[in-house]
Design a protein around this ligand. Structure first.
Ligand code: PLP
Length: 361
């Protein structure tokens, strides 16, 4: 068996310990004689799995009691609709558009009400986070929406926008559990888990209880109401049971690492290795404004498309997978989520140095 260094933006690398545990429990989960995949979601064993997952996540993120944690399906993209359907009481919401995912969320919200684009960084291919200290937040906005870490462009909000008292809704798919957050600053925090937590098919929604009401847009399907899932402890229908089980194992792994404060330090150290190299390289360069750089997704280019392609190909042959940039940006992107070991980044930088020496112009 040989494992590669997988720099995929998602689905992405998971901790090896977690994969091994899951493999060991595959045929017989703790004396039940069956896999978690084969188990009733109403069974005692499964009840323990989902309850522990929630408790561990609450502990890791220090989630206050007046927030619900929901394990849902449909990916992050389904939340693009679910959020306006459930939260647009006045039919108005403000969007800060810092990348493709925020743009898609904004476009989806336009279907349901008056969505305002109150800031954008599209003028410079989303390579920075706009100043959000004094935005024209709408008087009657039901919420202000951000994508906190922009997976494709590699930017991250280092300070949250001033929402002028309005509810903040954040897509944290690609920075989930990468560092501590103050949950009380948000009305809704949500993310697809396939970037930094688990297998695709689960989306986690952390939502303040007062935002969960029966008062949703007309025609909102039962399955897209937060209330039905909250009232049923995420077991209204069959949840993505196996995926939640793996998420639970990742939560326990994070606790063993020492929690989110420790992960933040580790992630900063890891990202610095790559950014420091990029900043002094004569061949490679980062594409993002320095102060807005993501700790999780690091896009870079050589400035020559052919050379980029050559790099991606040679890197793959050397065991560094999925370094090709997003199809809308080109170049390269290294996603270095929680489960990417520091050796992976060190070895990548060594490889980049060697490539640079061989391809200096
Ligand atoms: C990947 C991603 C999405 C889309 O996730 P799906 O689960 O495929 O719908 C949305 N937002 C962000 C920030 C992402 O990284």
């Amino acid at each position: 068996m040989s494992r590669v260094y997988n720099f995929s933006a998602g689905p992405a690398v998971l901790p090896e310990e977690v994969l091994k545990e899951a493999a060991e429990e595959m045929l017989d989960y703790r004396g039940t004689g069956m896999s978690v995949m084969e188990m009733s979601h109403r069974s005692k064993a499964y009840e323990t799995i989902i309850q522990e997952a929630e408790a561990d996540l609450r502990e890791l993120m220090n989630i206050p009691d007046n927030y619900k944690v929901l394990f849902l399906q449909g990916g992050a993209s389904q939340q693009f609709a679910m959020i306006p359907m459930n939260l647009m009481k006045n039919g108005v919401a403000d969007y800060i558009v810092t990348g493709q995912w925020a743009k898609k969320a904004y476009q989806e919200a336009c279907i349901y009400g008056k969505a305002n684009k109150i800031a954008s960084s599209e003028d410079q291919t989303f390579s920075y986070i706009p100043d959000c200290s004094d935005l024209p937040v709408s008087e009657d906005a039901d919420y202000v929406y951000i994508c906190e870490n922009n997976t494709i462009y590699g930017t991250k909000f280092k300070t949250l926008p001033n929402t002028k008292g309005k509810t903040l809704v954040a897509d944290v798919s690609s920075c989930f559990l990468s560092e501590p957050v103050d949950v009380t600053k948000y009305g809704v925090i949500y993310g697809g888990v396939q970037k930094n937590i688990g297998p695709a098919g689960v989306v986690i929604v952390i939502i303040r209880e007062d935002l969960i009401t029966e008062d949703v847009l007309p025609g909102t399907p039962t399955m897209l109401r937060y209330k039905i899932h909250a009232d049923n402890g995420s077991l209204y229908n069959t949840p993505p049971a196996y995926g939640i089980y793996i998420c639970g194992k990742v939560f326990k792994w994070l606790k063993r690492q020492g929690g989110l404060e420790v992960m933040k330090t580790y992630n900063e150290k890891k990202a610095a290795i790559l950014y420091d190299f990029l900043d002094q390289s004569g061949l490679f360069k980062g594409t993002v404004r320095k102060e807005d750089r993501s700790l999780m997704n690091v896009p870079f280019v050589t400035g020559d498309e052919e050379l980029d392609a050559k790099f991606v190909k040679e890197a793959k042959a050397a065991g560094f997978e999925n370094l090709k940039g997003h199809r809308t940006v080109g170049g390269m992107r290294a996603s270095i989520y929680n489960a990417m070991p520091i050796e992976g980044v060190e070895k990548l930088v060594e490889f980049m140095k060697k490539f640079e020496a061989e391809n200096r112009k």
